[in-house]
Design a protein around this ligand. Structure first.
Ligand SMILES: NC(=O)c1ccc[n+]([C@@H]2O[C@H](COP(=O)([O-])OP(=O)(O)OC[C@H]3O[C@@H](n4cnc5c(N)ncnc54)[C@H](O)[C@@H]3O)[C@@H](O)[C@H]2O)c1
Length: 295
């Protein structure tokens, strides 16, 4: 079986591509940048190039559509780019998959829900995104799921939890805290740090993509989050416990999604997926890796 992994030069796409390879799939990477994952065939292409997308999708069995403007700050700065890549780019993937009868697994986000009305948030909870990032991610998800409903596409959206693991972007909260603490600089938490997050390890997310690719569940979105909730304050304290430094509190950041608990019950029922990496183990592994890279 062959998978097209879009975004395979990025943080999660690289984990997803490696997992498909590990499970015996052939992998074609599709990204504007070259993927450095060993064993993939790398196509440098743009989601907005309809012909390139069509040809790439035609050549595989399943598309793991991970590419996006995934950086919240970039989406805020360039909402027109986020709208183009996340909505139109995903529509191009859906169109090609409909035309060639291929299955799509889409990287959505738990952030589509917005302010919680009840918790834990299940997939029936209303979606009220309020930021160019989560608005455009929901737009892409809706375009994909509407193609399932109206045009016979086989596809599923995974609403991923906040991810962490090797290869994280340097502007992620993990990297910022770890890098500062290592230099002995204080870690500044935005707000009071009580925001809870169901940090979900990239290896667990990658496994969900392969399970979803191999199933025929279609036309729905599935929360793909770890059950454990960790506050940003706890994250800062764990980092400071390893690299002793002061933890301070600053103003809230615009675009920060409010704390909420998201239920991963349905994906366990439907795909048999549940997160396996505990936050403590995943964070220690990340800090070990970053240390090893320096030495
Ligand atoms: N990282 C998280 O915590 C998280 C959480 C929930 C959902 N997601 C979703 O998972 C996906 C991957 O996130 P990430 O953190 O790995 O992001 P990332 O920015 O590291 O990777 C995105 C990749 O997409 C590629 N890309 C961007 N525009 C493109 C285009 N026009 N054509 C082709 N490729 C293009 C980039 O080059 C990059 O390699 C995104 O869809 C994001 O919305 C991420």
């Amino acid at each position: 079986m062959r998978a097209l992994v879009t975004g395979a030069a990025g943080f999660l796409g690289r984990h997803v591509a490696r997992k498909f390879l590990e499970e015996g799939w052939e992998v074609i990477a599709f990204d504007t940048r070259e993927s450095d994952v060993e064993g993939v065939q790398s196509i440098q292409g743009d989601l907005l190039d309809v012909e390139a997308v069509d040809a790439a999708v035609a050549s595989v069995d399943v598309v793991a559509h991970v590419a996006a403007i995934g950086d919240v700050y970039l989406a805020a700065e360039k909402p027109e780019l986020a709208a183009a890549v996340n909505v139109v780019g995903t529509t191009n993937i859906a169109n090609a998959a409909v035309a060639h009868g291929k299955r799509v697994v889409y990287a959505s986000t738990w952030e589509v829900y917005g302010e919680p009305e009840y918790e834990p948030i299940d997939e029936e909870h209303p979606c009220r995104p309020d930021h160019p990032y989560n608005i455009t991610k929901l737009g892409g998800e809706m375009m994909l799921l509407s193609a399932c409903e109206l045009r016979g596409l086989s596809g599923v959206a995974l609403r991923l939890g906040t991810a962490y693991g090797s290869g994280l972007r340097p502007n992620s909260v993990f990297r910022i805290f770890i890098d500062r603490a290592k230099r002995g600089e204080p870690i500044t938490v935005a707000g009071d740090g009580s925001q809870g997050r169901q940090f979900t390890h990239a290896s667990d997310i990658a496994r969900a993509f392969v399970l979803a690719a191999e199933s025929d569940v279609s036309g729905i979105a599935l929360n793909t989050v770890a059950p454990e909730t960790t506050t940003i304050r706890e994250l800062a304290e764990r980092v400071a416990a390893r690299y002793p430094t002061e933890v301070t509190f600053g103003p809230k950041r615009p675009g920060d999604v409010p704390p909420s608990t998201v239920s991963p019950k349905k994906i366990e029922e439907v795909l048999g997926w549940r997160a396996e990496v505990s936050f403590e183990a995943g964070l220690n592994e990340l800090m070990d890796e970053l240390e090893a890279q320096e030495s």
